[in-house]
Ligand binder design. Structure first.
Ligand code: GLN
Length: 254
């Protein structure tokens, strides 16, 4: 049963791009480095102080031009991952272990990515096979076909998404639904939807991981995971844990 979520809205990313400047303007540091919990490491904190990279010292790039990126950073840092904010083209490097495309406003994000010269380098990174976790607006950026206004951006997952698919009457809601393919076994995951898209159609090779009311809300295509909902806003860390594990596996094999 869906619960309406009027109070949970965060002005950071729900103003359809009006807060782009505000969201982009916090802090001055390009790199938000969250020290990994010593328990996760295989080296002592002395090593870290001496600048010796830890074996699990992975850095996940979080697109930070607009939207709800901070919540992803917190979720990943809780799990011991280091996070690099991607705010301009020079922040995009080949040694990234993963990429997070946060929720927000997909049209504003698309325009900023083009203006900042980040679109092509990010697309190259995605098509090279880097693990990607895309939520809500991020899902829209990955789709090859977009309905409901807006144009395709990266177009790296063959699927058609419908923007603002739940309409104005039920623009935010919370529910629990079966989510496959991320934990060892299918789980019941909390899902928070905010002006969410859903997937109308998937192309070949796209796995459907979850449906709500028959509509596709989570997919995986190779290393790209795209969700209509916002796992970073719930307490469960199942999705982020699976993603961090994917980045570790990716770093081992490349
Ligand atoms: N409605 C937004 C869009 O179309 C997505 C909302 C979200 O990311 N929470 O871009």
């Amino acid at each position: 049963m869906a619960v309406k979520l009027a109070e949970r809205k965060s002005s950071v990313y729900l103003d359809d791009g009006a807060n782009v400047g505000a969201a982009n303007g916090y802090g001055t540091s390009k790199v938000a480095r969250f020290a990994a919990d010593a328990n996760h490491g295989t080296h002592s904190s002395d090593d870290a102080e001496a600048g010796i990279p830890r074996r699990d010292d992975i850095a996940i790039g979080v697109l930070a031009v607009q939207g709800a990126f901070i919540e992803h950073e917190h979720a990943l840092s809780e799990l011991g991952a280091n996070v690099v904010e991607l705010r301009q083209a020079s922040d995009i490097t080949e040694d990234l272990a993963g990429l997070v495309l946060p929720g927000g406003e997909s049209t504003a994000q698309s325009l900023l990515l083009r203006d900042l010269g980040m679109l092509e380098p990010l697309r190259a990174l995605i098509t090279s096979g880097i693990p990607v976790l895309a939520t809500c607006a991020g899902m829209i950026l990955l789709a090859t076909d977009v309905e409901g206004g807006g144009k395709p951006c990266f177009g790296t997952i063959p699927m058609t998404v419908l923007r603002n698919a739940y309409g104005r009457q039920l623009d935010s809601f919370h529910t629990n639904a079966r989510l496959e393919g991320l934990a060892d076994e299918p789980i019941t995951a909390p899902m928070t939807f905010i002006r969410a898209p859903y997937v109308k159609e998937v192309g070949e090779g796209v796995e459907v991981l979850a449906r709500v009311d028959g509509n596709i809300v989570a997919v995986r295509y190779g290393n790209q995971i795209a969700l209509s909902f916002h796992p970073e806003l719930d307490r469960s860390r199942t999705v982020h844990t699976a993603f961090v594990n994917l980045t570790k596996k990716y770093m081992e094999t490349r």
